[in-house]
Design a protein around this ligand. Structure first.
Ligand code: 11C
Length: 346
């Protein structure tokens, strides 16, 4: 016996990974329903040797569903998540639609699994670049306190979906062959202008807000405060897209509360923290890389060093697979935590 699970957005970059993660972790599934827009309905997907036909997501699709994992864009979540809840499902939503709603828990299980107890049907999965940062910061906060965070990101194109990965691959090939390129997807499909991503770095992820920050930067700022229960934390972010397919990298500067902390203390804390893999040995050129993090579950941390001017300031390099811990894996871990804490049961 197990749960009736639905994946909404089953053919997308994150949905595809959700199905793989459910299978790899042997999630207790009795029935798996795969849903998408009408455009992708009819596609066939393999799950544990079984062929499942993707159906168009409609309100009725959620009859009998226990757990629904949504990753089909914010407007689909706005439209269908309440319909799923009405029919008795718990929704784990991977879009930004409900994240800042005070009624909705925003959860990274290593950080705030207890917040799941306050759910009213919908649980939000944070933004990928936020998740990997808070997994690394929370154990530091617990032991040393945390005053300030300044992060710059180097984000993979798969964060913007399959089409963006295709655009990077096509552009790279075309440029090497001396052809002209016509950017259409990045930096933001819905914005007015598009720029070349191949051989470039674009300081825009998502749309600009009135304060000069992009929405991706504001997500990192606001979500971090909510997940860590630190509304007063000083956080600032600059988010940059680079020509990497998978694996977000982040340069994180942080200031602790405790005095006279050294690098070894932070390394020791992170070495024994859930979800973190310490890769930090400059003498052997050991540090996290997107190429080694891609396809893995961990949040990899290295390059930990003390700021030269600020006694309480440190720098670190944090890398994780944006589609796994940044999205699909975290969503499935939320579902596992719901079962573990007996918030859902069969
Ligand atoms: C990116 N972080 O890398 C974005 C993708 O709010 O779930 C995830 C968007 C979100 O483009």
């Amino acid at each position: 016996s197990g749960f009736h699970v639905a994946v909404v957005g089953a053919t997308g970059a994150v949905g595809t990974q959700m199905i793989k993660v459910l299978e790899a972790r042997n999630f207790p599934i009795e029935k798996l329903t795969l849903l998408s827009s009408s455009r992708s309905a009819g596609k066939k997907i393999q799950y544990k040797g079984e062929t499942i036909v993707v159906e168009e997501a409609k309100p009725e699709s959620f009859e009998g569903v226990d757990i629904a994992l949504f990753s089909a864009g914010g407007s689909i979540s706005k439209q269908l998540a309440p319909e799923a809840v009405k029919r008795g499902a718990i929704v784990i939503d991977n879009t930004s639609a409900y994240r800042m709603d005070p009624e909705v828990p925003l959860v990274v299980p290593e950080v705030n699994a207890e917040d799941l107890n306050n759910h009213k049907g919908i649980i939000a999965n944070p933004n990928c670049s936020t998740i990997q940062m808070v997994v690394a910061l929370e154990p530091i906060r617990q032991k040393l306190g945390l005053n300030r965070v300044i992060v710059s990101t180097y984000q993979a194109v798969s964060g913007a979906g399959f089409q963006a990965v295709e655009e990077l691959n096509r552009q790279t090939k075309d440029i090497l062959e001396g052809k002209e390129v016509k950017p259409e997807i990045l930096p933001v499909k819905a914005d007015k202008k598009h720029y070349q991503i191949a051989f470039n770095a674009i300081p825009q992820i998502d749309l600009f807000q009135d304060n000069g920050f992009t929405f991706e930067e504001m997500k990192m700022i606001n979500e971090t405060k909510k997940i860590m229960h630190l509304p007063e934390l000083k956080v600032s972010a600059t988010c940059v897209r680079i020509p990497v397919a998978t694996g977000h990298s982040e340069s994180v500067y942080f200031e602790v509360e405790k005095e006279n902390v050294d690098v070894a203390e932070i390394q020791n804390i992170l070495a024994s923290s859930p979800g973190v893999v310490l890769e930090d040995n400059p003498n052997e050129q050991i540090y996290p890389l997107a190429t080694t993090a891609a396809g893995k579950e961990g949040v990899f941390v290295g390059r930990i060093r003390k700021d030269l001017d600020e006694d309480k300031g440190f720098h670190m390099w944090v890398v994780s697979d944006n589609l796994l811990k940044g999205a699909a894996l975290n969503s499935v871990q939320i579902a596992e935590s719901l079962i573990e804490q007996r918030i859902v049961s069969k």
